[in-house]
Design a protein around this ligand. Structure first.
Ligand code: 3PG
Length: 306
């Protein structure tokens, strides 16, 4: 029986795993689970006879794809697929997909959880600041950007967005002010929330040149990827500007952020933007259905490789 493997170093909520299993059990495929693995070899062993794999941020490298001799499809249950080696997938005839939009609200809610936490001085009881009336820039208006904008309006923030890949009309229809350049976004907005993917164009693109344009008491919120940050240059900016705050759901590579600017940074202990039961169920179930749709009927919606 062909195997559908859920391989998640960071496990889904129990309910999500149960729902994925129930979907697979209705088919001719066999359900398999590898969670919380600590060693790459465990993944290499588990994928050996898998026809399909569901992963999260787990790295599906060439080594993994080569080890998975039966593999036909890998689905990243989530949005960003920078953890999949697409070339290796294509070279081995493996379809790669993501599940866009399924975990976006969870990430957007964390953006506000972290912004309020820092605006209220980590709930230490001292007088903080409010979000109402502040300008929020959404850097890339995809699914997460959309939810961030919706919640921001509830907070009474002034919302701006920049995204060269989304039409101005579409963003404006959501009641958001569209700016024409990334520089303009950062020049206008005290708060900027990052939602760009990590790719060759965006890596290290968030640097001190850009961030130095931000107004007083600037706050950068990163629930995207650490790779898009030019860490050395942001650290240099923070040394010059003691009004700059960096909040992120992804711990940086450099320990200097925490060591040198403890009061001005906040990092979640482990990437958790999409870590809600709802997001796990939505993205896990979508991944399972996409796999079955592909294996049984050749449906290629949300394919991300050629
Ligand atoms: C995504 O790209 O979907 C998010 O970064 C979530 O990642 P996770 O599945 O590792 O929580």
């Amino acid at each position: 029986m062909a195997k559908i493997l859920v391989a998640t170093e960071k496990p889904f909520a129990k309910a999500a795993v149960e729902q994925i299993k129930a979907i697979v059990d209705e088919t001719d495929f066999e359900f398999a689970l590898l969670e919380k693995y600590s060693d790459k070899q465990q993944l290499l062993d588990a994928v050996k006879d898998a026809a399909a794999i569901i992963v999260r941020s787990d790295k599906v490298t060439k080594e993994v794809v080569d080890a998975a001799k039966e593999l036909k499809i890998v689905v990243r249950a989530g949005a960003g697929y920078d953890n999949l080696d697409l070339e290796a997938c294509s070279a081995n005839g493996v379809v790669a997909m993501n599940t866009p939009g399924q975990n976006s609200n969870a990430v957007a809610e964390l953006v506000f959880g972290m912004m309020v936490f820092m605006a209220r001085n980590r709930y230490n009881g001292s007088a903080g600041t409010e979000l109402r009336g502040k300008k929020l820039g959404i850097h890339a208006y995809g699914n997460v950007g959309y939810y961030v904008a919706q919640i921001a309006k509830g907070f009474g923030m002034e919302v701006y967005a920049f995204d060269p890949f989304v039409s101005k009309e579409k963003i404006e229809a959501d009641g958001i002010t569209v700016v024409d350049s990334v520089d303009e976004l950062y020049t206008i907005c005290q708060y900027v929330s990052l939602h760009i993917p990590a790719n060759a164009q965006t890596k290290k693109s968030i640097n001190s040149d850009l961030l130095s344009k931000m107004p007083e008491n600037a706050v950068l919120v990163n629930t995207a990827r650490k790779e898009v940050i030019d860490e050395d240059s942001v650290l240099a900016l923070m040394a010059k500007r003691d009004d700059f705050t960096y909040i992120s759901d992804i711990a940086p590579d450099s320990e200097a952020f925490v060591n040198d600017f403890a009061d001005k940074v906040f990092f979640t202990p482990k990437k958790m933007g999409a870590q809600t039961a709802e997001a796990n169920i939505n993205s896990g179930v979508a991944a399972a259905n996409q796999i079955i749709g592909y294996l049984n009927d050749g449906v290629e919606t949300f394919r991300v490789n050629k």
